[in-house]
Design a binder for this molecule. Structure first.
Ligand code: AR6
Length: 165
């Protein structure tokens, strides 16, 4: 099932939330900062053992003080005008997250809008890619619960109109 909500992803009581991280996995601003603040310092300590994360890949940690059991950290592409396979890299992020979710037996997953904040990916294009990959994952695993968690009204509207609700 797919739900699209407006919320702070750190409040989700799900098996895993996805973090839009950076290659160092050492925290940052936006959703990454919020997740590290809510999870506590043990999250950064575990992240430091992982050797970073490449664009499009995903790494899993525990959720520590979060209500979510796991955090799936992925690194979205920085937008460079669409000339540096950003669309392909963003699709790869979603696929890597769903692969990791399957590996960890995750049945409910919360996703933020990867790359559309500091990384500057155009919202509508990102939403189209996200929804295509999410629908693909749901076709493969129809009982998975996916919650797209939008932090702002503009993102929520973009997802709702792309979904056709
Ligand atoms: N819950 C859900 N979504 C959120 C939250 C939250 N608590 N906070 C922000 N968002 P961004 P990116 C939304 O910039 O573009 C970090 O510094 C936000 O409104 O967090 O992938 C990392 O360390 C936007 O819609 O991620 C990287 O350096 C979306 O999350 C870099 O930013 C993504 O915005 C990654 O940039």
């Amino acid at each position: 099932m797919l739900s699209i909500i407006r919320a702070d992803i750190t409040t989700l009581k799900v098996d895993a939330i996805v973090n839009a991280a950076n290659a160092t996995l050492s925290g940052g601003g936006g959703v990454d900062g919020a997740i590290h603040r809510a999870a506590g310092p043990e999250l950064l300590a575990e992240c430091r053992t992982l050797g970073g994360c490449r664009t499009g890949e995903a790494k899993v940690t525990k959720g520590y003080r979060l209500p979510a059991t796991y955090v799936i950290h992925t690194v979205g592409p920085v937008w460079h005008g669409g000339t540096q396979h950003e669309e392909e890299d963003l699709a790869k992020c979603y696929r890597s997250c769903f692969d990791a979710a399957q590996e960890y037996g995750v049945r409910s997953i919360g996703l933020p809008s990867i790359s559309t904040g500091s990384y500057g990916f155009p919202l509508e294009q990102a939403v189209a890619i996200a929804l295509r990959e999410i629908q693909g994952a749901l076709r493969r695993d129809p009982s998975l619960n996916v919650t797209v968690t939008c932090f702002d009204e503009e993102t929520l509207k973009a997802y709702e109109s792309a979904r056709g609700t």
